[in-house]
Design a protein. Structure first.
Length: 318
């Protein structure tokens, strides 16, 4: 079975991209979540470097690796036959662009040209920590869905985090539309196995929710996180998914900066992946955080991957 990997990535420090973001930030916005347009949501912490290093070591699966981005190419990227850069304009109609919402971008990943039927969607802040096989992402009945042990909240005060809000939106939509929801717990921030034809099927049946989320410039409180939440519940409710629990170690950059995590080596072989999610604040002084983050990631993956060009290595690994 050929399985492609799809990685969404942005360089939030790029001047041209920041100019676009600044322009659209001045437009009227509705129903935005806290920090939906915060610096930390777009900050480039060289996460992609270490995700690709982890994939070189642990991703023993045939297929292409697509990096989806907005008129950008990572500065360290080397030419490689398995690696392809995909621009947002190749998967989203011009009327939706530019977009700064990960939900909008993820809603169109199944439109990547030449994408395999089976693909795994990664955020760039994830790293594999053990060898993976197709069965880790796809079961006999369909997709594997990874859940936490945290129940989806329903009280407004508990829905300020985007992951909580999106999980609640998906569950409510499934109950309203199909009369049932099979996911009662927060999905893990982990790689997701996706069937391209099933996303096509979901879009054909419910084009309105795809159009709604693609219209947002920044992440809203309303609407659906289709790939990361709704698709999972839709598959599970229709008997197209198996559930597994706590496969990903989830951390925040604050955990690293404040010394709550001194090493990641104990995750090797134990977890499918590690996610170090940016704390999504607006601060500009991130030098201490980056120093500690780079140290513990380099301890995990010290060797440059064959996806890296030689001139970038000193900057990334110093």
């Amino acid at each position: 079975m050929q399985i492609d990997a799809v990685i969404t990535w942005v360089d939030g420090g790029d001047a041209n991209w920041r100019a676009k973001r600044q322009h659209h930030s001045g437009e009227p916005q509705h129903d935005l979540l806290p920090f939906s347009n915060g610096e930390g949501r777009y900050r480039d912490n060289d996460d992609l470097v270490f995700l690709l290093r982890s994939m070189e070591k642990f991703w023993g699966i045939d297929g292409s690796i697509f990096i989806v981005t907005d008129q950008q190419v990572p500065s360290f990227i080397a030419e490689h036959p398995r690696l392809r850069i995909v621009d947002h304009s190749q998967i989203l109609d011009a009327c939706y662009l530019p977009t700064f919402s990960s939900r909008a971008i993820e809603s169109a990943l199944h439109h990547i040209p030449d994408l395999s039927e089976h693909f795994v969607s990664f955020n760039d802040d994830q790293m594999l920590t053990r060898h993976v096989q197709p069965k880790d992402f796809f079961s006999a009945v369909g997709s594997m869905v990874f859940l936490t042990r945290e129940r989806i909240p329903t009280i407004d005060s508990d829905l300020q985090l985007s992951g909580h809000n999106d999980a609640n939106n998906a569950r409510n939509w499934m109950q309203k539309t199909y009369g049932a929801s099979s996911i009662e717990f927060i999905p893990e921030h982990a790689p997701k196995g996706i069937r391209k034809s099933w996303m096509m099927e979901l879009e054909a049946a419910h084009p309105d929710i795809f159009d709604e989320v693609r219209q947002e410039k920044f992440r809203r409180r309303t609407g659906q996180s289709i790939l990361a939440n709704l698709y999972l519940d839709w598959c599970a409710t229709h008997g197209r998914a198996d559930i597994d629990w706590e496969q990903c170690r989830y951390l925040l950059t604050d955990d690293v900066e404040n010394g709550r995590v001194a090493s990641l080596l104990d995750s090797l072989g134990r977890h499918l992946c590690i996610c170090i999610n940016d704390t999504t604040d607006d601060r500009s002084d991130v030098a201490t955080m980056r120093d500690k983050l780079d140290r513990i990631r380099t301890e995990l993956f010290p060797r440059p991957s064959y996806f890296e060009s030689v001139p970038s290595l000193d900057a990334v690994s110093a």
